[in-house]
Design a protein around this ligand. Structure first.
Ligand code: EPU
Length: 451
C-alpha cells in the first residue's frame, strides 16, 4: 500500500457544476503535431494532467520551446530549433505514457531518426504496437527494437503508401496521419479509426497546411506536402471525463452540470444514460453580445429518483459506446434493477476492476463468451471480456487499490456511492487523465480528504 490515498466518506449525492477542458486523448497528440510545423503553434484549454507533462518534457528535450500563453490553459510551442535528444534523457520518460510512440513520424521528418522509450499507459491488457511499426515500415522507416527502446531511421525518406489496419486503432490511425502529412506522395489508410479526437487532429493538421480527405467507410486519404506551419487550436472537450462525472452523478443519486460537455460527441453515451433511467439536459453555448453575457454550453446530468433500469451494451470503436465510458457507468449499473450486460470488445482485459466492486457488495460476474451482442475478436481467445451485473446492490465501504486510470475513477465513484468510509489507494493515477479531480470533488460536495 502507498501513502497516496484518499479517504472517501460515501453516501452523499454529488451536486454542483464542474468544467471539462480539452480532451486528454487529443491534446497530447496536438502537442506532438506541433513538432511538424516550421512556425509556432498555440493550443488552448490544455488540462493540467500527467500526460501533458510527459509530452511537454519530451518536446523540450527535442528542442521545442514550450511556454505558457496568456490564457489559462494556453500553451505555445516553438519548433524553430528541433534537435536530437540522448537516449538517456528520453528514457527518463520511459513507462510514463503511450504518447511517445506518436513521436516517430514527426521526428523522422524533422531529424531523420527517432528514439522511442519503453511505453507506459494503463495496464489494461498487452497493448501491442505492431500496427504502428508495420505502418512506419510501409512508409519506408527502418525499426530496430533494443532492450532500451526503439531506434528508427528513414535513410531514403518517408513515402506515401496504401495500408489497411487490421482493426481501427486510434493510436495507429494517428501514427499514419502524423507520418503521412509530410511523406512524399499519397497515402490511403483503410479501416481507420474515426473518433472525434481523430477528426480534431485532422482539423489541426489541415490548419497546418495538410491535405487530408476523410472518405466514407473508414478510408482516409492524405496527400503529403513538403512543409507545414504552426496552428492555433481550441480542442474538443474531454468526452470521457464528462461521461465519468455523469456516471458519478447517477451512481450517487446526484445532479452534476458538466460545462464544456458536447452532445454531438457523446450521443451514444447519452442514449445509454437515458435507457438506464438517468436524465440530462443539454445547454447550447451562446456567444456574448451587447447586453447579454452569453452562456457556456454543457450538459446537466441527474438521477431523477426511483429505480434505474438494467441495460445491455457493447463497447466499440466510434460511433459505438467508448471503452473508456464503460468502467464509470458500470458503477451506476450496480444500482439498476435487473441484469445488465457489458460486452467489452476493444480491450481484452478491461473488466478486472469489477472484483473491487464485488468486494463492496456488487454482484458482477465476468465471462469469456461474447454476451449480448455480436461475436468479437476476443470470443474464442479465453479472455474474460463480458460482464453481467445483477442489481440493485447496496455498496459498502472498502479499502481499494486503483489499477488504472478509468478503473480508478470507477473505484472512486463506488466509494462515493457506498455507505461508510473507504480508503482509495493510488489516486495519483487519476491525475493522468482527470484535471484537478480533488478540487472538482470538493466543488460537488463530496466528503473526501487526504489523511
Ligand atoms: N492494437 C493492436 N496493435 C496496435 C495498436 C492497437 O493490437 O498496434 C489493439 C489494442 O490492443 C486494442 C485495440 O487495438 O485492443 C484498440 O487500441 P487503440 O490503438 O485504439 O488504443 P490506443 O490508441 O492505444 C486510445 C486511447 C485510449 C482508448 C483507446 C480506444 C489515447 C492516449 N488512448 O488508445 O484511452 O481507450 O484509444 O478508444 O488516446 C484512456 O484514456 O484511459 C485510454 C486508455
Amino acid at each position: 500500500m502507498t501513502d497516496d490515498v484518499l479517504v472517501v466518506h460515501g453516501g452523499t449525492p454529488l451536486e454542483g457544476r464542474i468544467r471539462v477542458r480539452g480532451a486528454k486523448n487529443l491534446v497530447s497528440k496536438a502537442m506532438v503535431a506541433a513538432l511538424l510545423g516550421d512556425s509556432p503553434s498555440r493550443l488552448f484549454d490544455v488540462p493540467k494532467i500527467r500526460d501533458v507533462e510527459v509530452v511537454r518534457g519530451l518536446l523540450g528535450l527535442h528542442g521545442v520551446k514550450v511556454t505558457d500563453g496568456g490564457e489559462d490553459g494556453e500553451l505555445v510551442f516553438d519548433p524553430a530549433n528541433v534537435e536530437s535528444a540522448s537516449t538517456d534523457q528520453i528514457n527518463v520518460h520511459a513507462g510514463s505514457s503511450r504518447i511517445p510512440i506518436l513521436f516517430c513520424g514527426p521526428l523522422l521528418h524533422r531529424l531523420g531518426h527517432a528514439f522511442i522509450p519503453d511505453l507506459g499507459g494503463c495496464h489494461i491488457g498487452p497493448r501491442p504496437i505492431d500496427f504502428h511499426l508495420q505502418a512506419l515500415r510501409e512508409f519506408g522507416a527502418t525499426v530496430e527494437k533494443t532492450p532500451e527502446g526503439l531506434h528508427l531511421s528513414a535513410p531514403n525518406g518517408l513515402h506515401g503508401t496504401k495500408f489497411a489496419l487490421p482493426y481501427p486503432s486510434v493510436g495507429a490511425t494517428e501514427q499514419v496521419l502524423l507520418t503521412a502529412v509530410m511523406a512524399e506522395g499519397v497515402t490511403e489508410l483503410r479501416n481507420a479509426a474515426v473518433e472525434p479526437e481523430i477528426i480534431d487532429l485532422i482539423c489541426i493538421l489541415q490548419k497546418m497546411g495538410a491535405i487530408i480527405k476523410v472518405h466514407t467507410d473508414r478510408v482516409i486519404e492524405i496527400q503529403g506536402v513538403p512543409k507545414l506551419h504552426g496552428y492555433t487550436h481550441r480542442p474538443i472537450p474531454d468526452r470521457i471525463e464528462a461521461a465519468s462525472w455523469a456516471a458519478a452523478a447517477l451512481a450517487t443519486r446526484g445532479h452534476v452540470e458538466v460545462l464544456g460537455a458536447q452532445q454531438a460527441d457523446m450521443m451514444t453515451f447519452l442514449n445509454i444514460f437515458r435507457s438506464v433511467g438517468g436524465e440530462y439536459e443539454v445547454t447550447d453555448a451562446r456567444p456574448p453580445k451587447l447586453g447579454d453575457p452569453g452562456q457556456e454550453g454543457g450538459i446537466r446530468f441527474w438521477h431523477p429518483g426511483g429505480e434505474l433500469h438494467a441495460v445491455a451494451l457493447e463497447t466499440d470503436v466510434h460511433p459505438g459506446f467508448m471503452t473508456d465510458w464503460q468502467q464509470p457507468l458500470v458503477v451506476a449499473l450496480t444500482q439498476a434493477r435487473g441484469l445488465s450486460i457489458v460486452h467489452e470488445t476493444v480491450y481484452e482485459q478491461r473488466l478486472g476492476y469489477t472484483e473491487a466492486l464485488n468486494s463492496m457488495g456488487a454482484n458482477i460476474q465476468v465471462y469469456r463468451d461474447c454476451l449480448g451482442g455480436t461475436p468479437c475478436r476476443f470470443g474464442r481467445r479465453n479472455f474474460k471480456h463480458s460482464a453481467v451485473i445483477a442489481g440493485p446492490s447496496k455498496l459498502h465501504a472498502a479499502d481499494l487499490v486503483i489499477p488504472d486510470l478509468r478503473a480508478g475513477f470507477s473505484h472512486l465513484i463506488a466509494a462515493l456511492a457506498a455507505e461508510g468510509t473507504s480508503r482509495v489507494y493510488g489516486v495519483d493515477l487519476i491525475n493522468r487523465g482527470y484535471e484537478d479531480f480533488e478540487a472538482k470533488l470538493a466543488d460537488l460536495g463530496a466528503h473526501v480528504e487526504r489523511p
